[in-house]
Design a protein around this ligand. Structure first.
Ligand code: GLN
Length: 487
C-alpha cells in the first residue's frame, strides 16, 4: 500500500522500485473520493495526472535525470493560474474562466517534475478566514467536519491534512496559509514578499499577496520553496537575490542557537485562549532549556495591525477588482438594462459575493477624497512605523515567536455572520508579517484539550527563510522529544 511521509522518502521508494508515480496519483485520487464531504477540491485532473505520472515513471525507469519534485503530487488553490484549466477564485464572477497561461510558480513546479492534481476550494478572491465565502460551499476540517478548516486557503490546507496530495500551494495576504495550517495541524509557510513571483496569482492586495506552501514537514517546504522562489521577468516585485539551497542549509540552521523575541502584548492579549497561551509559554521554557534565548519585547502597536491591514488591503482590492466589470472580464448580467452604470452594478452585484462586495465598498470609501487622509494615509503611516520597529527587533533578534491564531478551529457558521469584525480580529497575529513583508510560518506543535490542533508562528527578517526553516525544524524536533505535559 502506498504511504506518504516526506518527499525524500517517496523519492527513495521510487528509486528502489517500491512504488511508482502512478501508484501515488491513484492513492491520492482515492483519498479525495473517500473525502468528498470535506469539499476541499473543486476539480481533480485525474486522467491528466495519471498520464503525467506514467510518463514520469517511464523516464525514470529509462534512467533519465529526475527533477527536484519528480512525481510530487501537488494541488493548487483556485487563485493560481494553470494554463488551460479553470480558474475562478471561488467566485461566480469568474465562472467559467479558463487560464490562458500558467503562474510562474506552476511553470517551475512542472519543470521540476511535479504533477498537478487539481484545483482547491478557498474563500472568494482569497477574502476570509474560514473558507465559508466560497461559491462552491465551505471546505471542512478533516479532524472535525463540523468545524472550519480556516481560510482563505482552506481547501489547500485540508488537502494536505487529509492526505489528498503531498503539497498544496495557497496564497497568503494576511494569514491565509498560516491560519488554515494552524487549524488543520499542518505546516504552512508564507515566504518574504518578493521571494516568489506573483505572476499568475489572482490579485487581492498586491503589496501583501504572496504564494505560500502547505506541507507535512519542514523538509518538504524547503524543497518546494527552492523550486518556486526566485527572480522572474514577469513580476518586477520579485527580488533578484539568489535563492539559497534551503534543503542543504537546513541541518546547519537547525543546529544553531537562536535569539528569539515574542511580543508581550501578544501573549497577554485578552482574546487569546488561555490554554493556548499556557502551551506557548511552556514551549518558550523548552526552547530556553535547549539553549535558545527567548525574551519578551514591548509591542504597543499590536492593536493597530488589524485596522491598518483592513484599510490597506480593501483599498488595494477595490482597485484590483475593478477589472471585473463584465466587459473585459467577468460575469455579465443577462438583465435587459440600458443604462451603462446600472448594467455594471447589476453584473458586479450578481458576480461578487457578500464579503467581496463589503471589501470593495470599504476600500472605495477609504480611498475617497474626503476620507483618504483619515484612513488610507494613517494606515500607511502605521505600516511604516511597523517596518521601523521590525527592523529594530531584528537588529537584536533572529526571530519572532507568536501564536498563529487566538483560538482553534471554530464551528461552521458560528463566526462573523452578524459581526464581520469578529472574524477580522482573529487575524491579529498573522497580518503583521504581511504588513512588513517578512516571512512567517505556522508549525503544528500543540493540541488543545478539545482535541483540536494549533500551531506556533515563527517569523524572521526579510529573505531569511533559511533561519525560519531551521528554527521550525528545531521546534518540531523539540516538541517531539519533550513530553506532552511539558508542551
Ligand atoms: N483573513 C484575511 C482576510 O480575510 C487573510 C486573507 C488572506 O491572507 N488571503 O483578508
Amino acid at each position: 500500500m502506498f504511504r506518504f511521509t516526506t518527499i525524500k522518502d517517496y523519492h527513495k521508494a521510487l528509486q528502489n522500485g517500491q512504488t511508482t508515480c502512478v501508484e501515488a496519483v491513484r492513492f491520492f485520487v482515492q483519498s479525495i473520493q473517500r473525502d468528498q464531504h470535506l469539499n476541499a477540491w473543486i476539480d481533480v485532473y485525474e486522467a491528466e495526472a495519471l498520464a503525467s505520472a506514467a510518463s514520469l515513471d517511464q523516464s525514470r525507469l529509462a534512467g533519465e535525470p529526475t527533477g527536484a519534485l519528480h512525481g510530487v503530487v501537488i494541488g493548487l488553490k483556485d487563485v493560481i493560474a494553470y494554463k488551460d484549466h479553470p480558474l475562478t477564485a471561488a467566485s461566480a464572477m469568474l465562472q467559467p474562466f479558463t487560464a490562458i497561461y500558467s503562474a510562474t510558480a506552476v511553470e517551475r513546479l512542472l519543470q521540476a517534475g511535479a504533477i498537478i492534481l487539481g484545483r482547491q476550494n478557498c474563500d472568494e478572491f482569497a477574502m476570509g478566514s474560514s473558507n465559508e465565502n466560497s461559491v462552491y460551499g465551505p471546505a471542512k476540517n478533516a479532524i472535525d467536519p463540523s468545524r472550519v478548516p480556516g481560510g482563505s486557503s482552506g481547501g489547500s490546507a485540508v488537502a494536505v491534512q487529509a492526505g489528498h496530495c503531498m503539497i498544496s500551494l495557497g496564497s497568503d495576504t494576511g494569514g491565509s496559509v498560516r491560519q488554515p495550517a494552524d487549524f488543520c495541524g499542518i505546516a504552512g509557510l508564507k515566504p518574504t514578499y518578493g521571494r516568489i513571483s506573483r505572476y499568475g496569482l489572482i490579485a487581492y492586495a498586491s503589496s501583501f499577496d504572496q504564494i505560500g506552501i502547505f506541507g507535512n514537514s519542514i523538509d518538504d517546504l524547503a524543497l518546494t520553496l527552492q523550486v518556486i522562489a526566485g527572480t522572474d521577468a514577469m513580476d518586477s516585485t520579485v527580488s533578484e537575490r539568489p535563492v539559497p539551497d534551503y534543503s542543504a542549509a537546513l541541518p546547519a540552521s537547525a543546529a544553531k542557537k537562536y535569539r528569539i523575541a515574542y511580543f508581550r502584548e501578544a501573549l497577554d492579549h485578552p482574546g487569546l485562549d488561555p490554554e493556548m497561551a499556557k502551551a506557548i509559554r511552556n514551549f518558550i521554557g523548552v526552547l530556553q532549556t535547549a539553549g535558545h534565548t527567548v525574551e519578551p519585547v514591548d509591542f504597543p502597536m499590536l492593536n493597530y495591525v488589524v485596522p491598518a491591514y483592513y484599510v490597506l488591503t480593501t483599498a488595494e482590492a477595490s482597485s484590483n477588482l475593478s477589472r471585473y466589470d463584465g466587459v473585459r472580464y467577468g460575469h455579465r448580467t443577462k438583465e435587459p438594462i440600458e443604462d451603462l452604470t446600472e448594467w455594471y452594478k447589476q453584473s458586479r452585484t450578481e458576480g461578487f459575493g457578500k464579503e467581496v462586495q463589503r471589501r470593495i465598498l470599504l476600500g472605495t470609501f477609504v480611498l475617497s477624497a474626503g476620507y483618504y487622509d483619515a484612513y488610507f494615509t494613517r494606515a500607511q503611516q502605521v505600516r511604516r512605523l511597523l517596518s521601523d520597529q521590525t527592523k529594530a527587533i531584528f537588529s537584536t533578534y533572529d526571530a519572532i515567536l507568536s501564536p498563529t491564531v487566538p483560538f482553534p478551529a471554530f464551528p461552521l457558521g458560528s463566526m462573523g455572520q452578524d459581526d464581520p469584525v469578529a472574524m477580522f480580529l482573529a487575524d491579529i497575529y498573522t497580518v503583521f508579517a504581511n504588513l512588513v513583508g517578512i516571512p512567517g510560518i505556522s508549525i503544528p506543535l500543540f493540541r488543545h484539550s478539545s482535541g483540536l490542533p494549533f500551531g506556533l508562528q515563527l517569523m524572521t527578517s526579510h529573505f531569511d527563510e533559511v533561519s525560519l526553516l531551521g528554527l521550525s525544524q528545531t521546534c518540531m524536533q523539540l516538541s517531539q522529544t519533550t513530553t506532552a505535559d511539558a508542551v
